[in-house]
Design a protein around this ligand. Structure first.
Ligand SMILES: C[S@@+](CC[C@H](N)C(=O)[O-])C[C@H]1O[C@@H](n2cnc3c(N)ncnc32)[C@H](O)[C@@H]1O
Length: 212
């Protein structure tokens, strides 16, 4: 959901009471310039951070850093020895994100990678299993992100993915590569043999799945 001029009273009310941590990240939010609207909203950032906090996540991977707003929410709830690896394809965004992270108190928990998400995941070997993966990058690659993350994720670990309703594109029979990819992603992550999952009905759809 984009933060737009017409932010509803409802959102303003929720934001004013429950997104106070956002004040610490609002400078980061602003550095996205014209791309501000594609970041998580403060409520969504808080929601993702709360899910990770409830889950007691220690090792998280994010695909799609932009300038680091969602990553700030993630890093803010990790324990002292927690880590978040965040992957961004654009060199320009990556450089801004790195500068942004350097100004935060959780900078030592963030590993910033400048790479194509799917390519990086294919070659990724970790000496720990991930507690959670947050997907918010190239829509046609969502099925690949899901499959590649699966092996890196511990049993009971979480997949969280933004934009999974694709503005109605997944149920309005809109043609297109992105729509087909997102339908495939949604179909695969709704497999009850592999996941306990749901699309949380935010404006754009936020999938949360637990690996069985
Ligand atoms: C919606 S934005 C991420 C917003 C960020 N998660 C937030 O809420 O603050 C999507 C990002 O994914 C990046 N991206 C697009 N294709 C990618 C790819 N193939 N691999 C990695 N990142 C990619 C874009 O450059 C963009 O910065």
């Amino acid at each position: 959901m984009a933060r737009t001029e017409d932010t509803t009273k409802r959102q303003q009310y929720i934001r004013s009471l429950y997104c106070k941590e956002e004040a610490a990240f609002s400078d980061v939010f602003q550095t996205a310039g014209e791309k501000k609207g594609i970041q998580l909203s403060p409520e969504e950032g808080k929601l993702v951070s709360m899910i990770l906090a409830i889950h007691k996540a220690k090792y998280v991977l994010e695909i799609g850093t932009l300038v680091g707003y969602s990553c700030c929410w993630i890093a803010s709830v990790l324990p002292e020895d927690g880590k978040v690896i965040t992957i961004e394809k654009s060199k320009e965004n990556f450089e801004i994100a790195k500068k942004n992270f350097a100004t935060t108190k959780f900078k030592d928990k963030i590993i910033t990678i400048n790479a194509d998400g799917a390519t990086y995941l294919k070659g990724l070997e970790l000496d720990y299993q991930l507690d959670a993966v947050f997907i918010d990058a190239k829509k046609v690659d969502y099925p690949a992100y899901l499959n590649l993350s699966y092996t890196l994720l511990r049993k009971g670990g979480l997949i969280i993915a933004d934009n999974t309703l694709l503005f109605g594109g997944v149920y309005d029979s809109q043609p297109g590569e992105m729509q087909e990819a997102m339908k495939k992603f949604n179909m695969e992550i709704s497999d009850t043999e592999k996941y306990r999952s749901l699309i949380f009905p935010t404006n754009e759809g936020l999938t949360v799945a637990i690996k069985i």
